[in-house]
Ligand binder design. Structure first.
Ligand code: NAD
Length: 415
C-alpha cells in the first residue's frame, strides 16, 4: 500500500474541515489527537513451546458522543499511526450516522496467515486481558476488522466474560449469531455501501443494471460487495483482487467460482481462465464503479489521474490521499467517502449492541430496513451539503460529523 502516513492524512483532512468550519484553536487541539491510547505487549506461548511477545494498541479517539467503538486489526504492518487514523475516522463515522458512540480502534502486529488457530486464540485472549480495564459495554466496544473474524470476537467476548465473572455479550460486536451476534452483520459493511452506490447512481443517471464494477480486496467487505452489486443491481463485476494480485474478465467474472477459488487456494489469482492483472491495474480499469476494499493509501496523486470510474465507493478506510482527492474531484469522479460508504458495519454493530442490551433479537429483514434508512439519509445529507457549499463529498461528510462532535464537547463543557 502507499507510503503516506495514515494519521497525517487523517489530520490533514480534519484541518481542512476545521478551516471550513472556522473552528477555534482549543477545539482543533482537542480533535487533532486521540484522547487516550494504550500500548500493550502480549506474551503468547506458540505451538513450538516458545513465548513470543506481540505488540498491540487500542486508541480511544473521542468519547464526547458516547462510549467509543471500533474494530481490531491483526496485521503484520500495523502501526500506532494507522490505528490513530482509523480511530479518528470511527469518530467521524459514528457522528455522521448519528450513532450515540465515539470512535476507537485497535490493532496487533502479527501475521494471522502464519499462526495456528490455537496461537490466534491465545493472542486474542491475551489482548483482552491486557486492555480489560479500559474496554466494556459502556466504555469501549471493539469489533472485527482486517484479518479478525467472528471466531476471534467470540474468544474475546468469552475472555472478557470470564474475567468479569458474568456473561458480557455487549463488550464486542461482530459475534456469530447464537452468541449475541446480529442478523445481517456479516455483509453489513458492503450492504450499507450498496445503498450509497444506489443513491449515487440515481443522482448521476447511471443505470446500475448495465454498470461494470472492479473491486480491490476480496475479503469481508470486498467479496460481499462484489456479490451484492450483482445480486441487488445486476451489475457486471469484471475485476477483483487480493493481496496476491488481481484477475479480470471484461465480460463478467463468475463470482461463485471466484469465491470457491479464494476458499480453496486462499487467493483469487488462481482462478482458471481469468486474465491476471496487478492491484494497480485494477484501480485504472475502464469501469463505472471502483470499490477499493483493501487497505489505506492506494489511490494517490500518482494513479488518481488514471482512474476512469464514475463512482469510487470507498469500502476500505482511508484508500485515498488528500492530493488524490483533489484530482478526483477536478476530474468529476463521484467519491463516496470511506466513513460514509463503509458505515454499514458500525451501524449494524450498533444494532447488535442494542439487541444485546435488551436480549431480544431482530430478524434480518428488520436489520436491512433499519440499515437502509440510516445509510440513505446519511448519503443525502452529505450530498446536500456538498452541493450547497461546493465541497467535495469527503469535506461535506467531515463538516457534518465534526459539527456534531464539537456540539457534544461544547455541551459537556470540554471546550
Ligand atoms: P479482510 O481481512 O476480510 O479482507 C482484506 C482483503 O484485502 C483480503 O482479501 C486481502 O487479501 C486483501 N488485501 C490485503 N492486502 C492487499 C493489497 N495490497 N492489495 C489488494 N488486496 C489486499 O478485511 P475487511 O474487513 O474486508 O476490511 C477491508 C477494508 O474495509 C479495511 O480498510 C477495513 O478497515 C474496512 N472496513 C471493514 C469493515 C468490516 O466490517 N469488515 C467495516 C468498515 C471498514
Amino acid at each position: 500500500m502507499g507510503n503516506a502516513n495514515a494519521f497525517e492524512v487523517a489530520q490533514k483532512q480534519f484541518d481542512q474541515c476545521a478551516d471550513i468550519l472556522n473552528l477555534e484553536s482549543s477545539v482543533r487541539a482537542m480533535l487533532r489527537v486521540p484522547m487516550r491510547e494504550f500500548h500493550v505487549w502480549l506474551p503468547v506461548r506458540m505451538d513450538d513451546g516458545f513465548v513470543r511477545v506481540f505488540q498491540g494498541f487500542r486508541v480511544q479517539y473521542n468519547d464526547s458522543r458516547g462510549p467509543t467503538k471500533g474494530g481490531i486489526r491483526f496485521h503484520p504492518d500495523e502501526t500506532i499511526d494507522t490505528v490513530r487514523a482509523l480511530a479518528a475516522w470511527m469518530t467521524w463515522k459514528c457522528a455522521l450516522l448519528d450513532l450515540p458512540l465515539g470512535g476507537a480502534k485497535g490493532g496487533v502486529i502479527c501475521n494471522p496467515k502464519e499462526m495456528s488457530l490455537g496461537e490466534l486464540e491465545r493472542l486474542s485472549r491475551e489482548y483482552v486481558r491486557a486492555v480489560y480495564q479500559f474496554i466494556g459495554p459502556d466504555k469501549d466496544i471493539p469489533a472485527p476488522d482486517v484479518y479478525t473474524t467472528p471466531q476471534i470476537m467470540t474468544w474475546m467476548m468469552d475472555e472478557y466474560s470470564k474475567v468479569s465473572g458474568k456473561n458480557q455479550f455487549g463488550v464486542i460486536t461482530g459475534k456469530p449469531i447464537g452468541l449475541g451476534g446480529s442478523a445481517g452483520r456479516g455483509d453489513a459493511t458492503a450492504r450499507g455501501g450498496m445503498y450509497t452506490i444506489r443513491e449515487a447512481a440515481n443522482v448521476l443517471g447511471i443505470d446500475l443494471s448495465k454498470a461494470t464494477v472492479a473491486v480491490q480486496g476480496f475479503g469481508n467487505a470486498g467479496s460481499h460487495a462484489a456479490r451484492l452489486c450483482e445480486e441487488m443491481f445486476g451489475c457486471k463485476v469484471v475485476a477483483v483482487s487480493d493481496s496476491q494480485g488481481g484477475i479480470c474478465d471484461e465480460k463478467c467474472l463468475d463470482l461463485e467460482a471466484v469465491c470457491e477459488c479464494k476458499l480453496n487456494t486462499l487467493s483469487v489469482v488462481n482462478l482458471p481462465n481469468a486474465t491476471r492483472i496487478s492491484n494497480e491495474e485494477v484501480l485504472g480499469l475502464e469501469v463505472d464503479i471502483l470499490i477499493p476494499a483493501a487497505l489505506e493509501n492506494v489511490i494517490t496523486e500518482k494513479n488518481a489521474p488514471d482512474i476512469k470510474a464514475k463512482i469510487v465507493a470507498e469500502l476500505a478506510n482511508g484508500p485515498t490521499t488528500p492530493e488524490a482527492d483533489d484530482i478526483l474531484y477536478k476530474n468529476g469522479v463521484h467519491v463516496i467517502p470511506d466513513f460514509l460508504c463503509n458505515a454499514g458495519g458500525v451501524t449494524v454493530s450498533y444494532f447488535e449492541m442494542v439487541q444485546n442490551a435488551y436480549m431480544y433479537f431482530w430478524d434480518e429483514k428488520e436489520v436491512h430496513a433499519s440499515l437502509e434508512k440510516k445509510m440513505t439519509a446519511a448519503y443525502h445529507s452529505v450530498l446536500k451539503t456538498s452541493q450547497e457549499y461546493k465541497l467535495n463529498m469527503r469535506q461535506a461528510a467531515y463538516v457534518h460529523a465534526v459539527k456534531r462532535v464539537v456540539e457534544a464537547m461544547k455541551s459537556r463543557g470540554w471546550v
